[in-house]
Write a protein of this length. Structure first.
Length: 167
């Protein structure tokens, strides 16, 4: 399945500003992006983000072994929101460098685990994660049936227009 995540520029700028805010002890911030899906064909869909939820400062857990760790309260909130809305849910964070960002082993494990849980409470949706760099966005998003990773491209709509690489 080919999947395009189409984000409005103003929405993206707000999300990025939040993710770049310093935290007292976490090396990076994370949040959850909720999106409506529109199927273009049986093999192609577009995700339109409708809400970004930052992880509350109190929900971060000190952990020097990774960039960010957050508690189960934030995960329960994301699961409940996805369950209520039946929308796609993507965990998002930033790796502050230029070039194509890659998911770490911890990113892959936690995004995949969260995606499995999301498919239980919001079945039939494309769940996963996005990692942003200073000039690209990479996606790790599972197909709605959870059978494989979708071929993902992220576009920012508005001025200036940007097009992310296909993952």
């Amino acid at each position: 399945m080919n999947l395009v995540v189409r984000i409005r520029r103003a929405f993206f700028d707000g999300l990025l500003a939040d993710l770049r805010r310093p935290h007292p002890f976490a090396f990076e911030r994370a949040g959850f992006l909720f999106a409506k899906r529109s199927d273009v064909s049986p093999s192609e869909a577009i995700l339109f983000p409708v809400e970004y939820r930052a992880i509350n400062d109190d929900d971060y857990v000190p952990d020097d072994t990774v960039g960010v760790t957050f508690n189960t309260a934030s995960i329960r909130g994301a699961l409940q929101r996805a369950r209520s809305s039946r929308e796609a849910c993507l965990q998002v964070h930033v790796h502050e460098h230029r070039g194509v960002p890659h998911f770490s082993g911890v990113d892959v494990r936690t995004i995949d685990d969260l995606s499995r849980a999301l498919r239980v409470v919001a079945p039939g949706q494309a769940h996963g994660g996005l990692v942003l760099s200073q000039d690209f966005i990479s996606g790790r998003i599972w197909t709605p049936d959870g059978s494989k990773l979708a071929r993902t491209r992220v576009t920012i709509v508005g001025f200036p227009f940007t097009l992310g690489p296909e993952a």
